[in-house]
Design a protein around this ligand. Structure first.
Ligand code: SF4
Length: 347
């Protein structure tokens, strides 16, 4: 794992690549502000001849991160407010998130959880009893998201302690794990890990692929190991300017994902997180892209476009085009999918 600009420059020098001095300074400055980590595997996906390489943009610090509108926040989802006991966020009626790790195999430059990932305060198993008793005392909570950071970056035994704890509660119906290890360090999805996970069914895994270049042979094998244990896989992409705000790129990504049996679930508008203004798109771009994907892809390959309504408990709000053009007492006029012509439908 590369965790500093010095290590990065050394690794590039080994490959005969020398970055301009000015760029090195910019990387050092951005990494001083938001820490860096890049797994060996993810690093090797970068094409250094391409200044717009989508992997590079997601993991190598850049000068753009230091240009920040002052209203961008380290905690855009306002999670601190809902952290009723340490590391347990209870924002929605039936769901709670347990932030069990502040480590990731690769720190994404667009990370929405900078508050956790850049934080020195680490969750340990000592936090578990209070979290369990909170969930037990709130019987409406029936779904637990184990997240971080990356839960799969924890020692296996520690992760199992957390899973077993929540699994033992009678009100917990489903457990979800949020991880990007599948994308950034697929070999960590070992048989041993998958065998452990399947003890805690119904367990779902949600990951984050943002570009077709991330769908590789090792990734296919990692997904297969999870799927073979009956663990459903969902994908939550982030719409990132210069990386995937393009219908061809998203079409290819989602076509590859359904080929892996990974269900595209959400496409997020990039949260307004500190250091990410250069990735931001307007929401209308996301609506138009999903509209185009609806035309190009089978329905189950098209994610919902959502905005996580920051600063409130608004949650993930789906934003989409209204296809009802007109309505009367007897009919509705729908916009057809294939050629956008109007279609009359009797109510
Ligand atoms: S893997 Fe998730 S938590 Fe970790 S840096 Fe990336 S977006 Fe943030």
């Amino acid at each position: 794992m590369i965790t500093s600009p010095e290590q990065l420059f050394m690794r590039l020098a080994e490959q005969g690549i020398a970055l301009p001095e000015q760029e090195k300074k910019e990387i050092e400055k951005a990494a001083g502000k938001y820490r860096m980590a890049v797994s060996d595997y993810y690093f090797h996906l970068i094409d250094w001849n391409d200044p717009d390489d989508p992997i590079r943009k997601q993991c190598i610090p850049s000068k753009e991160e230091c240009k920040n509108p002052d209203w961008y926040s380290a905690d855009p989802l306002n999670e601190k407010k809902y952290e009723h006991v340490p590391f347990l966020v209870h924002k929605y009626r039936s769901r709670a998130a347990f932030l069990c790790s502040n480590t990731c195999y690769t720190v994404c430059r667009h990370c929405t959880r900078k508050n956790t990932v850049m934080n020195e305060e680490v969750c340990t198993t000592e936090a578990l009893p209070a979290a369990l008793s909170y969930v037990e005392c709130h019987p409406k909570i029936n779904d637990i998201l184990i997240t971080g950071g990356d839960p799969f970056a924890l020692p296996l035994k520690t992760l199992e302690t957390y899973l077993a704890g929540f699994y033992s509660l009678p009100n917990v119906n489903t457990i979800r794990v949020g991880t990007r290890a599948i994308v950034t360090e697929p070999e960590k999805i070992t048989d041993e890990l998958c065998d452990m996970l399947k003890k805690y069914h119904p367990l779902w895994v949600f990951t984050q692929f943002n570009h077709p270049k991330e769908v590789t042979g090792p990734v296919r094998e990692a997904c297969g190991r999870l799927l073979d244990r009956g663990i459903p896989l969902g994908n939550q992409s982030v719409l990132l300017k210069g990386i995937n705000n393009d219908a061809d790129v998203l079409e290819e990504l989602y076509t590859r994902l359904i080929g892996l049996r990974v269900r595209p679930y959400y496409l997020y508008l990039c949260d307004r997180v500190s250091g990410t203004a250069h990735f931001a798109t307007d929401y209308q771009e996301g609506v138009a892209l999903v509209e185009e994907l609806r035309y190009r892809l089978p329905g189950y390959a098209v994610p919902k476009f959502v905005i996580d309504a920051y600063g409130s408990s608004g949650g993930k709000v789906t934003v989409e085009k209204n296809h009802v053009l007109e309505e009367t007492k007897d009919y509705i006029i729908l916009q057809g999918l294939s050629d956008h012509t109007a279609v009359k439908f009797r109510r």
